[in-house]
Design a protein around this ligand. Structure first.
Ligand code: ADP
Ligand code: MG
Length: 695
């Protein structure tokens, strides 16, 4: 029994071209034939001419039309590669890596040679590289060194419709570059039709529409509100698999956890079915190891159905062939500035209508398909925005502000943004740079601020590393910062959770998760950096190798900035103090058993059960945390115990302690009562900044 209205009538007919698609296509055709079958191929001559005649061109084409993989090759074949590199930016790292691999295969060269990619902490290019895929963040950082991007003859800004923060900032920067460099070709591509905005931004440049080849998609809605989208998606997937025609399934989930649970559930329930047909279950999310990521492109063996469970990464960034059924949970994770905690937090939100339509469209790439939406039509109409709010309007911009300031954009309010960020957002971001002493009262970058820009990390992390040089614990801090720069260190295999937890506890440094990380790395190093040691201790060996690599890259930056590596030996308190020096803005005060409240905002924040500080019979009055993660509760992710005095000393704009002869505990309470006064100061400071228009 299905949860869907039988004959809902929302059909996407974008093109009535005759259905020629077949899921066997890529199995049977040569790469050349596959390339020539792509919709963009028929437009090649027109496109090339348009690019020859204009410095900036906007190209619109359905997902899968060949924009990402083909354009750069056309440009190379046209000879642009002889004048400089052909760069292509991607908002997502996974896409940059995967597409570079695909294109190197198409051309028949080794990845990292003529075709390469660069993402943060991973440069897979060489002197020979002509086609370079990279995240938009990488190109943005490159503009710091080379403001006119002279190494490039062409830049394709791909996935512009995503409106990622870095792409948006690049728009503003490159707009000026094309005015200065008439030999640069800038190509903006988008999967959606609203390209007029991009064209206008560059002064009314031509828009080219690649004629699509899409097939009708039946869109079916949930009859009533879905309580549990994982459960509902699992049921729907099984129903498709057990009773519907052949064709692959693509399920959209908001994030890694939901994806893993969905995969587990489908597998478990399928095992209960006698002689169930074969199903290849393939998860895809950004933190998935890259060898597993590439599996989603492989054809399932004959007679086996493929079911990909993805985040919005499969919406437009990666094109999968042969998908006939889409199951859309209707949610995605977004990074949004949370004024309550004064930081960004990643939370699950309903997708926009534009996302929903892209997701459904994935079912109609190679033949007619069906999309099951796990939300009602009225939810779609009343609860979903038309399009997602661009990242620049919803996240903390301190990184961007730091970068633009160092590019000598003094008046940020005058910077040419396609959609300017709300002024409040900008001021908050500047304020957070000011409290880190990256910016002075007049809005100029300080020496420390200039140094912070050198590191490809969040300002607070850079500050922590730089400060550690003054505090003589940079050897330790370099390791901690590197550990914080990779996703997950510990693993907890199903069925062995307890063993994993016990092992993990052995590394705990009771007063600090940061130091626990340091401890793990130190032990691994002592044991010869061995994979086997890591695996035995339920630690991801690959992640550790990455940490080591990140560490050496950051070390290089430190060397170039004449920042010294000094070890504090056994004097670990200084490390905690140094963490406090950069994270005092994220401080919490003990309230109950492993329960804290943010000192400045009163927002509850909990120690995570995996924290070294959790339930150790040792409860620090104050902690600072790396970030807050909102799942079932607000959890502090990576916390360290600090002294109240440190907070007052290092964060004088927020905290102060009235000196008294009373016990420390009472003195600490004073900190709380002083808080309101300091909060008032906070607003005064902000007003002051506003008055001075330091933007
Ligand atoms: P667009 O950018 O317009 O969405 P792409 O250039 O990404 O389109 O995709 C064109 C074709 O290349 C699609 O048919 C897609 O399946 C194929 N393709 C892209 N990346 C890979 C990959 N990593 N492995 C196999 N096929 C791929
Ligand atoms: Mg693409």
């Amino acid at each position: 029994e299905t949860n869907f209205k039988a004959n809902s009538q929302f059909k996407v007919h974008l093109d009535k071209q005759k259905a020629e698609g077949s899921s066997n296509f890529s199995r049977t055709k040569s790469i050349k034939e596959q390339r020539e079958y792509l919709p963009i191929y028929a437009s090649r001559a027109d496109l090339c001419q348009l690019i020859r005649e204009n410095s900036v061109v906007v190209i619109v084409g359905e997902t899968g039309s060949g924009k990402t993989t083909q354009l750069v090759q056309y440009l190379m074949e046209e000879g642009y590669g002889e004048r400089g590199m052909i760069g292509c930016t991607q908002p997502r790292r996974v896409a940059a890596m995967s597409v570079a691999k695909r294109v190197s295969d198409e051309i028949g060269v080794e990845l990292g040679q003529e075709v390469g990619y660069a993402i943060r902490f991973e440069d897979c290019t060489s002197k020979k590289t002509v086609i370079k895929y990279m995240t938009d963040g990488i190109l943005l950082r490159e503009t710091l060194r080379e403001s006119d991007v002279d190494h490039y003859s062409c830049i394709v800004m791909d996935e512009a419709h995503e409106r990622s923060l870095n792409t948006d900032v690049l728009f503003g920067i490159l707009r000026d570059v094309v005015a200065r460099r008439n030999d640069l070709k800038l190509i903006v591509t988008s999967a959606t039709m609203d390209a007029g905005k991009f064209s206008d931004f560059f002064g009314g440049v031509p828009i080219y529409n690649i004629p699509g080849r899409t097939f009708p998609v039946d869109v079916l809605w949930a009859k009533s509100t879905v309580e549990d989208y994982v459960e509902s998606a699992v049921k729907q997937a099984l129903q498709v698999h057990l009773s519907m025609d052949e064709g692959d399934i693509l399920i959209f989930m908001p994030g890694q956890e939901a994806i893993e649970v969905t995969c587990d559930e489908i597998r478990t329930r399928l095992d209960e079915v006698d002689e169930s047909p074969a199903l290849a279950l393939l998860p895809i999310y950004s933190q998935l190891p890259s060898d597993l990521q590439s599996k989603i492109f492989e054809k399932a063996p004959e007679g086996c159905r493929k079911c990909v469970v993805a985040t919005n990464i499969a919406e437009t960034s990666l094109t999968l062939d042969g998908i006939k059924y889409v199951i859309d949970a209707g949610y995605c994770k977004l990074k949004v500035f949370n004024p309550k905690i004064g930081m960004d937090s990643l939370q699950v939100y309903p997708i926009s209508q534009a996302n929903a339509n892209q997701r459904s469209g994935r079912a109609g790439r190679t033949g007619a398909g069906t999309a099951f939406r796990l939300y009602t039509l009225s939810q779609y109409k009343s609860e979903m925005l038309l399009t997602t709010v661009p990242e620049i309007q919803r996240t903390n911009l301190s990184n961007v502000v730091l970068l633009l300031k160092s590019l000598n954009v003094d008046d940020l309010l005058k910077f040419h943004f396609m959609d300017p960020p709300p002024q409040d957002n900008m001021l908050n971001s500047m304020y957070s740079l000011w409290i880190l002493n990256a910016m002075d009262n007049t809005g100029k970058l300080t020496d420390k601020g200039r140094l912070m820009v050198e590191f490809p990390m969040d300002p607070a992390m850079s500050k922590m590393l730089i400060t550690s040089c003054d505090m003589n614990c940079s050897e330790e801090m370099l390791t901690i910062v590197s550990m914080l720069s990779v996703p997950t260190i510990f693993f907890r295999p199903r069925g062995r959770e307890e063993d994993a937890d016990t092992m993990r506890e052995k590394f705990n440094v009771p007063e600090s998760d940061h130091m626990t990380y340091l401890n793990v790395y130190t032990q691994w190093k002592k044991n010869g950096y061995k994979d086997s040691w890591a695996t035995k201790h339920f630690i991801h060996a690959k992640a550790m190798r990455k940490v080591r690599e990140v560490r050496s890259q950051l070390k290089e930056i430190m060397d170039s900035q004449k920042l010294k590596l000094v070890s504090c030996g056994a004097a670990w308190d200084i490390v905690r103090k140094c963490i406090c020096a950069a994270y005092f803005h994220a401080a919490a005060k003990l309230k109950g058993l492993s329960e804290y409240v943010n000192i400045r905002t009163g927002m509850p924040c909990h120690l995570h059960p995996t924290s070294a500080l959790y339930g150790m019979g040792y409860a620090s009055d104050y902690v600072v945390y790396h970030e807050l993660i909102m799942t079932s509760k607000e959890f502090m992710h990576v916390a360290t115990a600090v002294e109240g005095e440190w907070l007052a000393e290092l964060g004088p704009m927020f905290y102060s302690i009235k000196k008294s002869s009373k016990s420390r505990r009472e003195a600490a309470d004073k900190t709380m009562s002083n808080l309101e006064a300091m909060d008032a100061q906070f607003h005064k400071d902000k007003e002051l900044m506003e008055k001075r228009r330091i933007a």
